[in-house]
Design a protein around this ligand. Structure first.
Ligand code: FE
Length: 196
C-alpha cells in the first residue's frame, strides 16, 4: 500500500493513524454532531447478552448500527424515533473519503456513521466491526475530546494489541488486511476538554 503522506503512521498492516488530522475542523464536526443528536438523540443500548453498553450512541447516514436483545445489525430507521437516521453531514463524508484515500483506500463513499460518546468510566471491549456487508471498505474513526487508549489487535481475539493514546482530532483508518482486526477502547478518565 502507498503512503504518500508523511504524517501517516501505519501502526499495523492496513491500519493508519493520522495525528490531529481533523483538529482544525473539530468545532465544525462537533456542531454537526449536535445537529445529528438533536434529531436522533444519544442513547444507551443493550448488547444481545443483556448488558447495557457504557458508551452512548447514535448514527447518521443511510443506515445506522443498532444493538438490542435480538443482536447487532444495521437499520435504516432509528428504533428510538421510528424515523430514518439523520442525513450524514457532507463534512463527515468528505472527511471519511479524504482520510480513507490518504490511507490508500480510494473511492470510499460512506453510507453509515456511528457516533459513540464516552463519558468518564466509559469503555469499549475488544470487538470486530463485522456487521457491514462490504469488508472491502475501510473503517474511518475520528476522535474528539479527551485522550483515550485505543487497543488494536489482529483477527483473533487473543492476538497481541498495539496501544495508541488517541487524542483530539486524531483519525484512524483501518481496512484491507486489518479490516476485521479486533479493537477496543480503554476506560475514559475523568477530565475536561474545552470543546467537549
Ligand atoms: Fe469498532
Amino acid at each position: 500500500m502507498l503512503f504518500p503522506d508523511a504524517s501517516a503512521v501505519e501502526f499495523a498492516p492496513g491500519a493508519v493513524l493520522f495525528r490531529a488530522a481533523v483538529e482544525p475542523m473539530a468545532e465544525d464536526l462537533l456542531r454537526e454532531i449536535d445537529g445529528v443528536i438533536s434529531v436522533s438523540p444519544l442513547r444507551t443500548v443493550m448488547t444481545p447478552m443483556g448488558k447495557s453498553m457504557s458508551v452512548e450512541m447514535t448514527n447518521c447516514g443511510r443506515v445506522g448500527w443498532v444493538s438490542d436483545r435480538t443482536g447487532y445489525r444495521y437499520e435504516a430507521c432509528d428504533p428510538l424515533t421510528m424515523r430514518p437516521w439523520p442525513t450524514m453531514p457532507a463534512l463527515f463524508a468528505e472527511v471519511a473519503a479524504t482520510m480513507a484515500a490518504r490511507a490508500g483506500y480510494e473511492s470510499f463513499a460512506p453510507d453509515a456513521c456511528l457516533i459513540n460518546r464516552y463519558s468518564a468510566g466509559s469503555k469499549m471491549g475488544l470487538h470486530q466491526d463485522r456487521d457491514e456487508r462490504d469488508f472491502s471498505k475501510p473503517i474511518v474513526s475520528v476522535s474528539l475530546g479527551l485522550p483515550i487508549r485505543f487497543n488494536f489487535g489482529g483477527e483473533c481475539r487473543t492476538d497481541p494489541t498495539t496501544k495508541i493514546d488517541l487524542q483530539h482530532g486524531d483519525v484512524v483508518v483501518f481496512g484491507g488486511v486489518a479490516r476485521l482486526a479486533f479493537h477496543g477502547v480503554g476506560t475514559l478518565r475523568r477530565g475536561v476538554h474545552e470543546l467537549t
